[in-house]
Structures are given as structure tokens and as C-alpha cells.
Design a protein. Structure first.
Length: 383
């Protein structure tokens, strides 16, 4: 019996060590700040103002998208319009801008169809440096006549170009805009440990941007965050003395509960369901994050300005269910919130699905906040 127990303990220890190793690996993927372009799809043909792509969930996405591929000068870019024809093998989309790559080229549809800076959207801008806790952070400043500035915050692994889609609509409403970087972005200071902290420290860089805006004439602030940019700005609202400056928040596919998102990511990678809680434990020990603070339904931020949440039902990266639950709970949290759900579109692709409707929804919300009108409710874009 003693020998059997010893063997059992040995096997158990081996299994435990293996599980811990997998948890550590998943945690490392989560905290990794390196950006590795992936081109999972392929061009089949390009002629007569159209591009034919191998059929996939992404190539069949609704709306207007960027088409990116690797080329000797860096990353090629074209703009594709809505699906014109499709079957089980191929998807045909119109070529709206740029030159199509050769047939056989590996490509990816990118929700950011513009490069390299606000000039691609016909906007005058300045490159500015925002002084922050780790050094100097590059940002784009798009001037306008108003004194309500919009501070725009991209998601994990993203870049400032994520904001280029919405800049003209906000500029048209007179909002100066500050499109920021945060620690570990290209050109920005690295974090001391070289890892993402999932919003737990990045909020300090948003605080620096808000102070910069206030020092340069902003009387009120609108925070605009995509994906992890939602978690970053939520931490700012909870912890920063500058949060009282914020008049409104716009979140696109926001990360409002890390645990729910990590469960989804584990499913995407076909990992066992028990791995997500283990990865949370490992990650908490590695970077000191308290994931409870990032469950906004149970622990809303200390400052809760009027907030517009837009999320797509087809999001496979950050579950729409978390945004639905937060919107449903918001009245009981004393949090004025408007929720808009977009059908079918992938992660942060609500604008792509219908740019006109998206921009109208965002600008109408901000106009109502500025006028002090009611801004709560829920709806579906296009319905």
C-alpha cells in the first residue's frame, strides 16, 4: 500500500507540474508584448476591381476592411468593400483603395483599413510627446475648436492606427483628439518587466495623457477605448485623481471582465476549461493583478460617467455576454450607460460593419451628453 501511495503521489505531482507548466505558458502568451503579424488567408485572384479570397470566417466579414500582407517595404495595404459574392470556397470583395497583391499572397483582413496616421483621413495633426511615469510617450494630436478632448486608447497588441476610423466623425463635432500610446507600444517606454499588465499599470499612462490634455486647454475629457483599452480606462476611472475630468466614455468591444475573456480565449485555443482559472492564478502571482477589480459588473469603477458601449454579437475574442451583463446591471450601479449591439461583426469591427450608423450612434451619444440629455438605453445597430 505504501508503494502504491508513493506511485500515486509521484503521478499526481507529475500531473500537477504539467498543469502548472501549461498555466505558466498560457500566462506568458497573455503577457507577451511582442507583435508577430499573422496572415492566415490567401488571395485567389485579383481582377476588374475585385479581390477573390479563400473563404473563411474572417474573409466573409461584413463591411469595409483593410487587406494587409507582408511585402519588402513592410506591410502592404488595400481597402476592400462589402462582400459582393461568396460560396464555400471563395469570397469576392470590391477593391476600394490601394493595389491588390498577387494571387497566392498570404493576407489578413484587418479592422484598421487606414495607415499611417491621421493624414490618411485628411486630417491635420501634430506628433506630440506626452510626459508620463516611465518617460515620454508619442501621441497624435488632432486639433479642433472645442474644449472637450477625446483621449483614444487602443487594445492589447494594437496600435494608434486603430483610432483612425473614428477620427473624422469626432473632428466634425469639434473635438480635439489625443491618440495615445502606452507602455510597451512601439516608440513608448517599456514596462520595467517587459510585460503587459492588462490595465493594472497601463492606466497610469492614460492619466498622464489626461493631464497633458488638461494642461493644453481641455476642460472636459472623453475616454475612448477599444478592447483592452476598456480595461485600461476603467482602471483609470477607478484609481486616478484625474477621473473627475471625464465627461463621457465610449467603449468598443471592451474588456469588462478578464476572467470571462480568458475562458473564451482558452476555448479558442482548444485548451481545457480548468486552464483558465489556473492561468489567472499564475498571472496574478507574476504581475500582482487582482482580477476581481476588473470584473466591472461586480466592482464598478469609483467614477462612472455616462458610458456608451458598442459590442458585436460575432466577437470571438472578447465575449459580448460580459458587455450585455454590465449594461443590464448598470442602472443598479448608478452608472448611466447606453448599449448598442451589432450583429455578426468580429472583434472591434462594429465600425467596419456599418461606418455611417456607427459614427452616428457615437456622435449622437456625445452630443446628448454635452447637452445634458438622457443617454441610457439599449439597441441594435441596423435594427
Amino acid at each position: 500500500m505504501g508503494a502504491g501511495l508513493g506511485v500515486g503521489l509521484g503521478v499526481g505531482a507529475g500531473v500537477g507540474a504539467g498543469a502548472a507548466g501549461i498555466g505558466w505558458f498560457y500566462s506568458s502568451v497573455l503577457l507577451d508584448t511582442s507583435i508577430r503579424p499573422v496572415f492566415p488567408d490567401r488571395v485567389l485572384a485579383a481582377a476588374d476591381g475585385t479581390v477573390t479570397l479563400a473563404a473563411s470566417r474572417l474573409t466573409a466579414q461584413p463591411g469595409t476592411w483593410g487587406l494587409r500582407w507582408a511585402d519588402p517595404s513592410g506591410s502592404g495595404l488595400a481597402v476592400l468593400g462589402p462582400v459582393a459574392a461568396e460560396n464555400r470556397r471563395e469570397v469576392v470583395r470590391p477593391l476600394l483603395a490601394g493595389a491588390a497583391p498577387e494571387p497566392g499572397t498570404a493576407v489578413v483582413l484587418d479592422a484598421g483599413p487606414y495607415d499611417p496616421d491621421p493624414s490618411a483621413r485628411g486630417l491635420r495633426f501634430e506628433n506630440v510627446d506626452v510626459p508620463g511615469p516611465l518617460g515620454s510617450y508619442p501621441a497624435w494630436w488632432v486639433p479642433a475648436d472645442g474644449d472637450t478632448w477625446v483621449v483614444l486608447v487602443h487594445g492589447r497588441g494594437g496600435a494608434r492606427r486603430e483610432a483612425l476610423r473614428i477620427l473624422p466623425a469626432l473632428h466634425g463635432r469639434g473635438h480635439p483628439q489625443l491618440v495615445i500610446t502606452y507602455r510597451n507600444d512601439v516608440g513608448a517606454p517599456p514596462s520595467p518587466d517587459g510585460r503587459y499588465h492588462l490595465g493594472d499599470t497601463e492606466w497610469e499612462d492614460v492619466e498622464a495623457a489626461v493631464r497633458f490634455a488638461a494642461d493644453h486647454g481641455a476642460r472636459r475629457i472623453v475616454l475612448y477605448g477599444w478592447s483592452m483599452g476598456g480595461a485600461v480606462t476603467a482602471a483609470f476611472l477607478d484609481r486616478s485623481a484625474e477621473a473627475q475630468r471625464v465627461a463621457a466614455v465610449v467603449w468598443d468591444a471592451p474588456l469588462v471582465d478578464w476572467r470571462t475573456t480568458l475562458r473564451q480565449q482558452a476555448r479558442n485555443r482548444r485548451l481545457p476549461p480548468w486552464l483558465s482559472p489556473l492561468a489567472c492564478v499564475v498571472t496574478s502571482r507574476r504581475i500582482g493583478i487582482d482580477f476581481d477589480r476588473f470584473d466591472l459588473r461586480r466592482n464598478p469603477p469609483a467614477v462612472r460617467p455616462p458610458t456608451f458601449v458598442v459590442h458585436s454579437a460575432g466577437d470571438t475574442a472578447v465575449p459580448v455576454a460580459a458587455s450585455r451583463a454590465l449594461a443590464a446591471a448598470a442602472p443598479g450601479l448608478g452608472w448611466p450607460m447606453r448599449y448598442l449591439e451589432v450583429p455578426l461583426a468580429e472583434h472591434t469591427a462594429s465600425w467596419n460593419a456599418d461606418p455611417v450608423a456607427y459614427e452616428r450612434a457615437v456622435t449622437s451619444f456625445l452630443d446628448e451628453v454635452a447637452e445634458g440629455r438622457p443617454n441610457e438605453g439599449a439597441g441594435t445597430m441596423g435594427g
